[in-house]
Ligand binder design. Structure first.
Ligand code: HEC
Ligand code: HEC
Ligand code: HEC
Ligand code: HEC
Length: 194
């Protein structure tokens, strides 16, 4: 008997399976959306990073509180906004579970400070590679009213553009204390990253 014939005979079963598969996919989708939403809140990041100082340092900076109340939270700067890179970043971040529960790496101030420069440099390299994409999701260089910026900003922005510098090469340590060691530009030069 051909497969088609068999399927015809058991169409109720086939239909049942298709419905079950459909329901399963929908629940996986909903569960996925829930995980993405939950792990994108400030509370989620701070649940681990409160004790690790980054939250305390960020509090009170211009991205936390300002005249208009428009904020940038942890994920706005640290998590890509495009669906593909977003999911990849979430998968990569599961390593933080290991470094929290199995082999804690930043649970004391000493350990955090010992690791800060290494972590900061990782963030810089990522932002250099994507030309500060997360910053640009809010700050559109082509929509800045340059004429309203200070003379220093106007000059530096023109120069930065001409030199192919990305935002964080000048604006680093804006949400947390500056790390020890080289500045982003010094780091990129030493690694020959263009
Ligand atoms: C389960 C605890 C936990 C949660 C939740 C968490 N982190 Fe982390 N995070 C860590 C640990 C631990 C490290 C240090 C990892 C290491 O030693 O390599 C870390 C490192 C980092 C780093 C340094 C660069 C890197 O990837 O190593 C950044 C940036 C960061 N976290 C941002 C965030 C953001 C943004 C959120 C919210 C979306 C978040 N974290 C949620 C535990 C956590
Ligand atoms: C979620 C949106 C958002 C993201 C993402 C974001 N910013 Fe901002 N940024 C703001 C807002 C809002 C202000 C405050 C504007 C105001 O009230 O003057 C600001 C202010 C600034 C300022 C002015 C500081 C000052 O003292 O006047 C700089 C510089 C800046 N951001 C750089 C960055 C850089 C670099 C990144 C990426 C690492 C970044 N921003 C990511 C929204 C964002
Ligand atoms: C070559 C260095 C350099 C680069 C690259 C650079 N900036 Fe700036 N930016 C400055 C300087 C210097 C100022 C003025 C700081 C001040 O006046 O305190 C400034 C000021 C600003 C301000 C505040 C403007 C105001 O008038 O209040 C914002 C917002 C800002 N930059 C965002 C960005 C973003 C987003 C990028 C990437 C697209 C970027 N900058 C790239 C050097 C740079
Ligand atoms: C305005 C953008 C911005 C926001 C908001 C922000 N960060 Fe960062 N973060 C950075 C940049 C840029 C670096 C790279 C080091 C530097 O320049 O300070 C960094 C570095 C880090 C590091 C590496 C260690 C260090 O201190 O350099 C951790 C961990 C981290 N951020 C966690 C967080 C958490 C948790 C939050 C929310 C409470 C947060 N960040 C909010 C831009 C941001």
């Amino acid at each position: 008997m051909s497969v088609i014939k068999k399927l015809r005979q058991h169409w109720m079963l086939v239909l049942g399976l298709l419905v079950a598969l459909g329901l399963f996919s929908v629940s996986v989708g909903i569960a996925g959306a829930y995980v993405l939403a939950h792990t994108s809140t400030e509370e989620f990041c701070v649940s681990c990073h409160e004790m690790s100082y980054n939250f305390a340092e960020y509090k009170g900076t211009i991205h936390d509180t300002n005249r208009t109340g428009v904020r940038a939270i942890c994920t706005d700067c640290h998590v890509p906004h495009e669906p593909g890179p977003l999911v990849l970043a979430k998968i990569k971040a599961t390593k933080d579970l290991y470094y929290t529960y199995i082999s804690p790496s930043i649970e004391t101030e000493e350990k955090f400070e010992a690791k800060r420069a290494h972590m900061a440099q990782g963030v810089w390299k990522e932002m250099k590679a994507n030309d500060s994409a997360t910053c640009r999701s809010c700050h559109r260089a082509d929509k800045m009213s340059v004429e309203l910026q200070s003379a220093g900003a106007q000059r530096r922005h023109a120069k930065g553009k001409a030199e192919g510098k990305t935002c964080i090469e000048c604006h680093y340590g804006i949400a947390h204390n500056e790390p020890e060691g080289p500045s982003p530009t010094e780091l990129f030069n030493s690694l020959a990253i263009k």
